[in-house]
Design a protein around this ligand. Structure first.
Ligand SMILES: Cc1cc2nc3c(=O)[nH]c(=O)nc-3n(C[C@H](O)[C@H](O)[C@H](O)COP(=O)(O)OP(=O)(O)OC[C@H]3O[C@@H](n4cnc5c(N)ncnc54)[C@H](O)[C@@H]3O)c2cc1C
Length: 413
């Protein structure tokens, strides 16, 4: 009998999973439905470049429908709730979508209003985020006008998507302000609630060294509690103050609001608990989750979402056939870290192995790990093409897949 698969979210994970499922199942075998609140698919890694005039926001956005293969039904609607007992999704306006299998791919939600004062006076004037198109575009104007002072880059709380993006922002700000001749008049600060600049010790050591080299002051264990946009002060819960002329913040993240309205689906922060190796949700056996929406203990990143998606269509097919799920996802994450001056680092890790130095094997030759290089920067730029033309359509990317390669890594003796 024909199965019905409903996918919530038409971003990175939802789109690539729907396309992979469409390739796997003929139209007589499965009906596929994708739900998203809008028809604007944003290439989010490109947002990093917008404030520095290195990317045009219009070039990062494409219609969602056009990224979906023929035979996938797209519903442009807000998800209201999932009724786990009835195997049904409720959309805004009362439409109901029953399912045999459900995929949660609704990502992470930015919650700037959770930090007192953040969206008050000064918001989008001297207080910005680059984590969405509107913020990144407004920040571009502000940075073009900035002629020195204190620029504070802040991570309000963890987890965030792409935990290296604020560090990359600081590196690019250093480059940009030097190019504009105002770096000597600027104090550049990166503040984080973590006890180091990144979650993994070896990568943190390398990145901290680079921050120091680029004269970026690192403030650790700083949990932002309040923003005074008029006085220009970021205040931590323990009463420390960071003055700023320009604040670039990565707001608190949470899961989608409908998760909280769907009893049994999510946790207190609306993330969806899932088995870290099969991606089956803890809520019910016919529910699966991938990408930023889950609570699995790896980075919230597009690369992780992509690797998860390569396992997930197979596991959904196994589930629908009554077969045992494959428990092989290892938490693989892979990320180019832009460091300015047309260079980047590459980090590659999984649940058990932290980012290590060495060389990452690719079909085109090895890339240096944890070391700045021009070739990694080109890799970062080229990735946008792969995103639209290979990753989203659900094609295999040559030489890179869900299992983290051990070859080339320098393991401690
Ligand atoms: C500035 C920035 C830089 C980044 N750089 C990198 C990078 O260099 N490398 C990397 O690997 N990753 C990077 N990322 C992270 C990457 O973009 C995400 O991890 C990835 O897009 C996650 O995919 P997803 O499918 O889980 O979520 P998304 O792609 O965010 O998709 C979620 C979708 O769900 C929809 N949705 C949510 N709630 C509802 C609802 N209630 N009803 C209907 N629709 C809903 C949203 O509209 C959205 O389209 C970056 C992110 C940012 C913000």
């Amino acid at each position: 009998m024909k199965k019905r698969i409903v996918i919530l979210g038409g971003g990175t994970g939802g789109t690539l999973t729907a396309n992979r499922l469409r390739k796997r199942f003929g139209p007589d075998e499965a009906e596929l439905h994708v739900v998203d609140r809008d028809d604007r698919h944003v290439y989010q890694p490109g947002l990093l470049f917008v404030p520095f005039g290195l990317a045009d926001p219009d070039e990062l956005v494409r219609p969602r429908r056009r990224q979906l293969r023929k035979g996938i039904e797209f519903h442009e609607s807000e998800v209201e709730a999932v009724e786990l007992d009835a195997d049904r999704v409720r959309l805004a306006g009362g439409v109901e979508l029953p399912y045999d299998a459900l995929v949660v791919a609704t990502g992470a939600r930015l919650l700037p209003e959770e930090t007192e004062g953040l969206t008050g006076d000064g918001w989008l004037e001297r207080v910005f985020t680059f984590y969405d198109v509107e913020g990144a575009t407004a920040l571009r104007e502000a940075l073009a006008r900035f002629d020195g002072g204190r620029l504070v880059v802040n991570i309000a709380d963890m987890p965030i998507k792409c935990p290296v993006a604020p560090i990359e922002f600081a590196f690019l700000a250093d480059w940009f302000l030097r190019e504009r001749g105002v770096r000597a008049k600027t104090e550049l600060v990166l503040s984080t609630p973590l006890d180091a600049c990144f979650t993994k010790p070896i990568a943190s050591k390398h990145l901290t060294h680079l921050l120091a080299e680029k004269e970026v002051e690192l403030v650790t264990e700083f949990s932002a509690g309040e923003v005074d946009g008029v006085g220009g002060k970021l205040i931590s819960y323990d009463g420390r103050e960071l003055p700023f002329d320009l604040l670039v913040t990565v707001p608190i993240h949470g899961g989608a609001a409908y998760v909280g309205r769907s009893p049994g689906l999510g946790d207190a922060l609306d993330w969806v608990p899932a088995d870290p190796h099969t991606l089956q949700a803890r809520a019910k056996e016919n529910v699966f989750a991938l990408g930023d929406a889950t609570d699995v203990p790896t980075s919230k990143a597009g690369s992780v979402t992509h690797f998860e998606g390569e396992l997930l269509d197979g596991n959904i097919a196994r589930f629908l056939a009554g077969a045992e799920l494959e428990a092989s996802f290892d938490g693989h994450a892979n990320c180019f870290v832009e460091t300015g001056f047309k260079k980047a680092l590459l980090i590659d890790f999984n649940y058990d192995t932290e980012p290590l130095p060495g060389r990452f094997p690719t079909a085109l030759g090895p890339l240096p790990l944890l070391r700045e290089s021009r070739v990694n920067h080109l890799g970062k730029l080229m990735f946008q093409w792969f995103y639209w033309h290979a990753l989203l359509p659900g094609r295999e990317l040559p030489g890179i897949g869900p299992a983290m390669p051990a070859a080339g890594k320098q393991y401690a003796a």
